[in-house]
Ligand binder design. Structure first.
Ligand code: PLP
Length: 442
């Protein structure tokens, strides 16, 4: 009997302690944190420098409301984030999580249009499938049927364009052509909706929960930037999952040299030590709003000194330990290991990802990419099998939340090649057990 409740009645063991990439329950069983929780614990657990930085700040002050005090960790962290962000992103707004970062980005975009006299611009186009958060505003942008369904009447229906899932297209177009074709769907959508009504386009540069580490062809990214420019539509990058090193760069936008107008980060920013997120924006956007009287938005815990001290220490550790270099190296080993498993198990239909944001997707037929029967519940079965064997991975339904099974394998950025080998061994055994349990061709 527990007084706690979350999504379901499913229970998990009590966590006892965690260190590096490992977690132990109170019964002494060890787990590899193969998904960094929900792609959060990016620098590993119990990093002593981060804990020390938090303790030192706690001894000085734990809270100062932003209308009464500024604080040094928040100032320093904002300067650091601005330094590491694309050119012009000199303004940083702190929040406590991803949904708050996305809400803040959308509200900043809207108030910017409003003060400029472009009141007709309010639609934020997003991709389908996608995940942008659970609050009602962010949910309007999220496209994942089971999460949207109960709340549809309460949420303003925002326009959607298909996520660039080239791996599902059975035509002969090249990667580059496919990327442009999907990007041009945004152009068509803006025209269909009426360009004067479109405020922004929001996208995950590498897909997260809903599309499982989806990477678009290179051609997609620049074309999207150009289309937004053409219509005066703001480009918002949701880097809540990809940001702060997870793909091997501080921001995934750097892989394609894209400078979005607004960026949302969270997850790996507080890295599981504390709730922390941020929205960064081009200075000229923020100036217009502040000149007009101020941003009508904010959260009580914004810029909390302990959270910002932790965030600073997290970034310091990422650079001090060369974690992004390791992310690229270990990510490559992981992807080639997953490809090896794909050769072994015909029911793996696709492998994808960047850095240590990687995923594989199961299918019933690789030729057609038809998903497994939804009733098999492979997306939860494999997670349970791996969990029993001491490996945590993260799964979702790939095809809009209704069918399809993908699994994110995203261990912390400190994971060594040997530890990647351990993860792949457990995955191999788990896939073999899944094949036997569900009677899949093995
Ligand atoms: N945006 C993306 C891309 C995410 O992956 C998530 C969480 O998974 C969110 C937003 C929402 O973040 P939070 O759960 O911290 O509110």
């Amino acid at each position: 009997m527990s007084h706690l409740f979350y999504q379901t009645r499913d229970r998990r063991p009590l966590l006892d302690h965690a260190e590096g990439i490992y977690m132990w329950d109170v019964n002494g069983k060890r787990y590899i944190d193969g998904s960094s929780g929900a792609m959060v614990s990016n620098i590993g657990h119990s990093n002593s420098r981060v804990l020390e930085a938090m303790r030192a700040q706690m001894d000085k002050s734990t809270f100062g409301y932003r209308l009464h005090f500024e604080n040094e960790p928040a100032e320093k962290l904002a300067a650091k984030v601005a330094e590491l962000s694309p050119k012009g992103h000199d303004k940083v707004f702190f929040v406590s999580g991803g949904s708050e970062a996305v809400e803040s980005a959308v509200k900043l975009a809207r108030q910017y249009a409003w003060v400029k006299g472009e009141d007709s611009r309010w639609k934020v186009i997003s991709r389908s499938p996608s995940y942008h958060g659970a609050t009602l505003g962010a949910l309007a942008l999220t496209s994942y049927a089971p999460l949207n369904a109960p709340f549809l009447p309460m949420v303003t229906d925002m326009p959607k364009v298909p996520a660039p899932r080239c791996y599902l297209d059975r035509n002969n177009s090249s990667d580059a052509e496919c990327g442009l074709r999907y990007a041009d769907m945004l152009r068509d959508k803006i025209i269909e909706e009426g360009p004067d009504s479109v405020l922004a386009f929001i996208m995950e540069p590498v897909g997260g929960a809903s599309t499982g580490a989806l990477v678009a062809p290179d051609s997609y990214y620049g074309r999207i930037r150009d289309i937004c420019e053409e219509f005066g539509v703001l480009l918002i990058y949701d880097e809540v999952m990809t940001g702060v090193g997870r793909t091997g760069k501080f921001l995934a936008a750097e892989h394609w040299n894209i400078n979005p107008d607004i960026i949302a980060t969270a997850k790996g920013f507080g890295a599981g030590y504390i709730p922390l997120g941020a929205m960064t924006a081009q200075q000229h956007i923020v100036d217009v709003i502040l000149d007009a009287g101020g941003f009508q938005h904010g959260y009580t815990y914004a810029g909390n000194p302990i959270a910002c001290a932790a965030g600073l220490a997290v970034i310091d550790e990422i650079y001090r330990q060369g974690m992004m270099t390791n992310t690229i190296r270990s990510g490559d080993i992981l992807l080639s290991g997953l490809r090896f498993l794909m050769d072994k198990y015909p029911f793996i239909g696709d492998i994808r990802g960047k850095g240590l944001l990687t995923a594989f997707e199961l299918v019933s037929d690789r030729e057609t990419m038809a998903p497994l029967k939804p009733s098999l519940n492979a997306f939860s079965q494999l997670v349970e099998i791996a969990y029993k064997r001491g490996l945590i991975i993260y799964s979702r339904r790939s095809r809009g939340g209704l069918e399809g099974d993908h699994f994110l394998v995203c261990p912390p950025m400190i994971t060594t090649s040997e530890q990647i080998g351990n993860i792949l061994e457990i995955l191999d055994d788990s896939l073999a057990e899944l094949a036997a349990t569900l009677n899949l061709a093995g």
